[in-house]
Each structure stands twice: as C-alpha cells, then as structure tokens.
Design a protein around this ligand. Structure first.
Ligand SMILES: [Zn+2]
Ligand SMILES: [Zn+2]
Length: 196
C-alpha cells in the first residue's frame, strides 16, 4: 500500500485480538514479540461495538477496511497496534491475505486462519502456528516501518504467496531492510560504519 508519512516511533506494541483463535494466542504472542523486539507489548481488548467489515458473500473479513478501523481507534502516543484475528480475510481482488499493513501506518493486521495447519487438513500444531504468526507479524511491522518487499529469501520482508513461502523465507530483517527500519524494530542496524 502507498507510503504516507514517516514511520511511527514504535515505543510499544498493542496486541488487539478481534474474533480471535480459540486457543487465545494473545498472551504468548505478546510475550514472544516483546522478547524478540525488546519492546513493551501489551494486550488490549477491542471496544464491544467494534465493527468487523465483511466481504459480501465470501465469509471473509474485508482486510483493508478492518485495518482502517484499527487505525482509527484511539491509541497511546508512539504505540503501534497489532490486530490479530482468526477470521479469514481478503479483498475484492485478492482471494486472501495472511496480513495487511500500510507503509508508515500505526496498525497492522494478521489473520491466523491460513497460518493454522488445520486449515489445510493437518493435525493441530500450536508451536508451528505461533511461529508462523510471529513471522507474519514481523513482516507486517516491517511494512508499517516503511519497508517494501525484499528480494532476499533470507529476509522476513520477502513476499510470501503461500504458507510454504512463509516458512521458506527467513525470520529476521536482512541488513539492507534493517538499515532503513525504525531503530526499535532493528536495533543497532542504523549505526554508521566506523573508520575512514
Ligand atoms: Zn508484504
Ligand atoms: Zn530484506
């Protein structure tokens, strides 16, 4: 999505579950995210009257409209909202999204529907579901941090069309992406090289 303004400060993350996975992934994801990014990550509850925009006739959330709703909710200064849902989500043109974000946005949105092995008829695997979800959240936070897709398969910012791609790509920001991300997402990467 198009760039709009400088990336947010990433002083903290706010994890907001909307129509969540029955296993209540929020607390574990919040702990893993704050450990991984060295950022405070707190759980928040959505307003009771939160509107969940649907795509007519598709049993899917309208991802971009829900992202807009999440961005419009009041937030603390410097806070970036991570919206998480277990509903499948799509767009008029695209069949589905694992996640959605706007460059420089203050909210990202990730759906666990197609990250869950049970979606593909496999046995439940909590660890795999958490791992995939974390990777996808890091990817979308990178977009909010102003970075587009990366050609490097070792980089979490590589595009993933399928859940297999999502596991093939790396789970960290490559040096090129890290160098332009906000400090909070990639600590130390902006340091200028020493010497002459
Ligand atoms: Zn992307
Ligand atoms: Zn990269």
């Amino acid at each position: 999505m198009r760039a709009e303004g400088p990336p947010p400060a990433f002083a903290e993350l706010e994890l907001l579950e909307v129509a969540p996975h029955p296993e209540q992934l929020g607390p574990e994801l919040a702990a893993r995210l704050s450990q991984r990014l060295q950022l405070p990550c707190r759980l928040a509850t959505p307003p009771e009257d939160l509107l969940i925009p649907e795509l007519a006739g598709r049993n899917q959330i309208d991802a971009d409209r829900l992202l807009g709703v999440l961005e419009s909710l009041p937030r603390r200064s410097g806070s970036v909202r991570v919206g998480l849902t277990h509903r499948d989500m799509g767009h008029l043109i695209f069949t589905h999204f694992f996640g959605r974000a706007r460059h420089g946005g203050h909210a990202v949105l990730v759906s666990t529907a197609r990250l869950d092995p049970t979606f593909y008829g496999m046995t439940p695997d909590h660890g795999l579901l958490i791992d995939r979800t974390l990777r996808e959240i890091l990817h979308e936070l990178g977009h909010a941090g102003g970075v587009g897709h990366c050609r490097d398969w070792e980089c979490v910012m590589h595009f993933a069309a399928t859940v297999e791609d999502l596991e093939l790509r790396g789970d960290t920001y490559c040096p090129r992406c890290a160098a332009v991300l906000p400090e909070a997402l990639a600590p130390g990467a902006r340091e200028t090289p020493r010497g002459l």
